[in-house]
Structure formats: C-alpha cells, structure tokens
Design a protein around this ligand. Structure first.
Ligand code: SF4
Length: 290
C-alpha cells in the first residue's frame, strides 16, 4: 500500500506552509463546469489503515507542524464519529499543532447537524474554506455547482454559527459577459449575508479539458476582457457589506493585487481598481488559459 500523496494535490494559497494530510481523494461532486482540479480522480474516503500509514509517512518529514490542512475535497462528508476520531488522533500525533483546516462543500455543511458541526469544531478543525464561486442562481445553475444561493448562504452561516473561522471565495468572470452584472451584484449579496472572516477573489482561468472550454468553443460562453474583469470587481465591491473581513485578491490569477479589510478599506480598494482601469499604461495581461 502506498502512503504518499495521490496527485494532483490542492490546497488554498494561505496553506502554503501547512502540512497536508490527505484523508479523502478527489471531490464527491466533481461536476462544476469550470473546475479541472479532480477530473482525473475517482472520489473516495481513505481507510483508517491508509490514513494512519500516511501520517506515519508524513511524520518522517514533519517533526512539529504548526498548521495542518486536510485534503482533498469534502473532508466533511466523512461520518462525524470517524472525523472526530481522526481529529483526536491527529492532535495526539502532532500535539503542537495550532490550526487544522480543510475545504468545506456547501452540501456537506448542510448535511451535518448544528451539534455535529460544533463537535467537529471543538475537536480541533478550526478553519473552513468554501468555494462560493458566485452568488448568482443563474450562474450557479449554469456551472453545475449543485446548490443554489440560499443553500450557499445557509451553509456558510451554519459553519460560522458552529464556531468555525470561515473563508469564502468568488471567481471573477464566472458569469461571462451575459451574467457579468448579475454575478457581481449577487456574489456581493451572498458574501455579505454569510459575512465570513476571510473573503478572496480569484479570476476565472479556463482549462482546456473543462466543459466551460467547450462552451467557449461553441460560442455559448463569452470570457470577460481584463478591463471588464476590473469593472466587475468594482461592481462587486460597491455592493458588499462586511464586518472586519480580511479580503485578498492576490492569487496568481488576479490582474490587480488587492488586500485590505472590508468594509473599512472598500473605498481604497475601489479607487485602486478605478485608477488602474483609467491608467493608459495599464497593459492587461491577456493570458486566459485557452
Ligand atoms: S469546484 Fe469544488 S465542488 Fe466543484 S468540482 Fe471542483 S472541487 Fe468539486
């Protein structure tokens, strides 16, 4: 049995220095049109024996990890009792760990009861990352996200109520030209309703093998130009209402690096985007993955 990582392996940018324990493989949904992360992987939960062997393998390289990220997708679809056992085991093996985090799918959050989520939080899983992608029902349906905006809001609010630190992500340009405004305004509304601790904005990069690439080929989806992406970001920020939320748009996909706290820094962020938008020297880089 192999105890190393099965590839590809993903983690959020902010987990770059974390030790990753791979407790599931792939994504149980795996149907989002724009996503290529786990297309070649069949989703599965790893057995207890595999996970303990994997942790022994990791211990040879990581003596004293402070941060641990649980991969792949859908860690929360693990049965609650098993997840609690796993978290307790991890804390015994790595007693100095200060933060354990994972991705969280909205359907998995909705399936757990409030009590289960609270128990998981108390057992040490502290930070969850949820890909909201868009707050627009039209776009959620178009990209096959598997939930609607109300379910997305409910999932996020439920996680925060259970005590998790919560991070949400929106993809600029995901509505294409047709739904640009709807995507911007509705995404701002959904993120505002969740009011997460962290909010990040990425930019749509289309992979050749994705279903969205086929839609583009057929003329069914029109990518935004870099300037339209900036316009969309401005609309989103103009409509957002958050409390002390750490905001970042500093992923490699972003055209303009943004960092601040929302809503305190909203005007500064919008002004920066407008300045770039109007600067004749702004040469938007046009790589879009196609
Ligand atoms: S975006 Fe997330 S939920 Fe959708 S297929 Fe990719 S990993 Fe799965």
């Amino acid at each position: 049995m192999r105890y190393d990582y099965s590839q590809p392996l993903y983690r959020p940018p902010s987990e770059a220095w974390s030790m990753i324990i791979q407790v599931t493989e792939g994504c149980s949904h795996n149907k989002c049109k724009f996503c290529y992360m786990y297309k070649g992987k069949q989703f599965r939960l790893k057995s207890k024996e595999e996970i303990t062997g994997h942790i022994e393998w990791l211990k040879a390289a990581y003596k004293n990890p402070k941060r641990i990220f649980l991969a792949d997708g859908n860690v929360l679809c693990i049965n609650t009792d098993k997840l609690l056992d796993l978290l307790n085991y991890i804390k015994r093996e790595f007693p100095n760990v200060e933060r354990i985090s994972s991705y969280a799918g909205p359907s998995d959050l909705l399936r757990k009861t409030d009590e289960e989520l609270r128990a998981i939080r108390d057992a040490g899983l502290e930070l969850l990352y949820m890909g909201v992608e868009t707050g627009s029902d039209k776009v959620l349906s178009m990209v096959n996200k598997g939930v609607n905006r109300e379910e997305m809001i409910e999932a996020g609010q439920k996680a925060i109520k259970a005590g998790f630190k919560f991070s949400c992500m929106i993809i600029s340009g995901l509505g294409g030209l047709e739904y640009m405004e709807d995507h911007a305004v509705e995404s701002a509304k959904v993120i505002s309703a969740i009011n997460p601790h962290y909010f990040s904005l990425l930019r749509l990069v289309v992979d050749e093998g994705s279903e969205l690439a086929e839609d583009i080929e057929k003329g069914k989806f029109q990518l935004l130009t870099p300037l339209q992406i900036l316009d969309e970001n401005i609309i989103l920020l103009e409509n957002i209402e958050l409390t002390d939320c750490i905001f970042r748009a500093n992923h490699v996909s972003n055209l303009v690096n943004l960092a601040g706290t929302l809503n305190q820094d909203r005007d500064m962020l919008i002004n920066k985007l407008k300045r770039v938008r109007e600067n004749p020297n702004f040469i938007p880089y046009t790589y879009n993955g196609l």
